[in-house]
Design a protein around this ligand. Structure first.
Ligand SMILES: N[C@@H](CCC(=O)N[C@@H](CS)C(=O)NCC(=O)O)C(=O)O
Length: 218
């Protein structure tokens, strides 16, 4: 069996998947796709993801045709369902807590990250819009919502006392918040959760700076 992750060191959605694989204790090979050099738009990459984005996870099991999955939420859920007893679970077991983990993850996945994505920002810049301010506003808005929701869901982590897909989405989004200069110092629950995540090797090894294609920050 082999697992290959097509991604980019600073892609927040690729980062989520790296944490998921690390928490599960799964080995994987990274294939860098350089977004700034537009490698996501090559025909080879679009054959894997017609939306021209990363991440893409290729799961290759001897004897079966390789499975290529896009969309980080689908990938994380697949990893959890395919390897339910490996490493740590990515979702709580109780139905309400599972729904809360998905809910908080989606506030970031569908309510925040798409509004500050590379392609969106490039289009905004072409239209003369201050893309950094735009991104900062939407990130602040999304993370403020997560902070409010976390008041009733958080323990040591965003939902309860174990990391879930909500935390896997949170950590890269906080990194993006800092890149965009979004104010986050008052989001005390999120910052406390971040500190706990950052203490875990699975999160440390997933950090962009630890990736083979990492570059000096621009
Ligand atoms: N909903 C998708 C979003 C993926 C996504 O936005 N990927 C970004 C990097 S974080 C990308 O590939 N952007 C390339 C581009 O915008 O051209 C997921 O969660 O996988």
């Amino acid at each position: 069996m082999s697992i290959t992750l097509y991604g980019y060191w600073r892609s927040s959605t690729t980062w989520r998947v790296r944490i998921a694989l690390n928490l599960k204790g799964l080995d994987y090979t990274i294939v860098p796709v350089h977004l700034v050099k537009a490698e996501q738009h090559t025909e080879a990459h679009k054959a894997l993801n017609p939306l021209a984005q990363v991440p893409v996870l290729i799961f290759d099991q001897d004897g079966d045709a390789p499975v290529a999955i896009t969309q980080s939420m689908a990938i994380m859920e697949y990893i959890e369902e395919r390897f339910p007893t490996d490493g740590q679970p990515l979702l709580p077991s109780a139905p309400v807590a599972r729904a809360r983990a998905r809910q908080l993850a989606e506030v970031i996945n569908s309510g925040t990250q798409p509004l500050q994505n590379f392609a969106v920002l490039n289009r905004l810049k072409e239209s003369g819009v201050d893309a950094r301010a735009w991104g900062s506003d939407f990130i602040r808005n999304g993370l403020s919502a997560v902070e409010t929701l976390a008041a009733t869901t958080a323990g040591a982590f965003l939902v309860g006392d174990q990391p879930t897909i909500a935390d896997l989405c949170l950590i890269p989004q906080l990194y993006n918040a800092r890149r965009f200069g979004a104010p986050i110092d008052d989001l005390q629950t999120l910052l406390a959760v971040e500190a706990r995540c950052n203490a875990l090797p699975a999160f440390q090894r997933a950090h962009p700076d630890q990736q083979p294609d990492a570059q000096a920050p621009d």
